[in-house]
Design a protein around this ligand. Structure first.
Ligand code: DAT
Ligand code: MG
Length: 151
């Protein structure tokens, strides 16, 4: 059994505009992850630039910042065993055209930029992103159903 982890997940402006919020949250809940943070906000340029600082030298960076700040996003924190990898697997590969059916990007995206959702790519990134988007901390609770979800 792996470690209990918390990961940062964000539904991007295209996902919110397209009305995919309930479907996406449902997938994480149904999988068995525990929702420990939830915020809807229109990100400032500063927040978006800090979040995507690792990509600041890439040619798509300015377009990416414009996109992420273009409308409300839904920021979430999900906890579970191996949650970082579990979330990345639910989300699927970056380019929606190549993402397999059954993944969120595979089911809802045709694009590499407008790809509906973000998920932290490792433990260090998750810590950084959770602190950035949830500076007031997360909700400390346990789903009663976890006794059925885990052996
Ligand atoms: P991921 O979101 O799958 O972790 P990433 O970290 O490589 O992908 O890139 C962050 C985001 O930047 C990605 O979700 C969409 C955008 N992006 C990445 N590569 C791109 C490209 N070649 N053209 C346009 N946008 C891109
Ligand atoms: Mg990434």
């Amino acid at each position: 059994m792996g470690d209990m982890e918390t990961t940062f997940v964000m539904i991007k402006p295209d996902g919110v505009q397209r009305g995919l919020v309930s479907d996406i949250i449902g997938r994480f809940e149904n999988k068995g992850l525990r929702l420990v943070g939830l915020r809807q906000l229109k990100p400032s340029h500063e927040l978006a630039e800090t979040h995507y600082a690792v990509h600041s030298e890439r040619p798509f960076y300015s377009g990416l910042i414009e996109f992420i700040t273009s409308g409300p996003v839904v920021a979430m924190a999900w906890t579970g065993i191996g949650a970082i990898t579990v979330a990345r697997n639910l989300i699927g590969p970056t380019d929606g055209k190549e993402a397999p059916p059954g993944t969120i990007r595979g089911d809802f995206s045709m694009d590499i930029g407008h790809n509906v959702i973000h998920g932290s790519d490792g433990p260090e990134t998750a810590r950084f992103e959770l602190e950035l988007w949830f500076p007031d901390g997360l909700v400390d609770w346990v789903r009663d159903t976890e006794i059925h979800i885990y052996e």
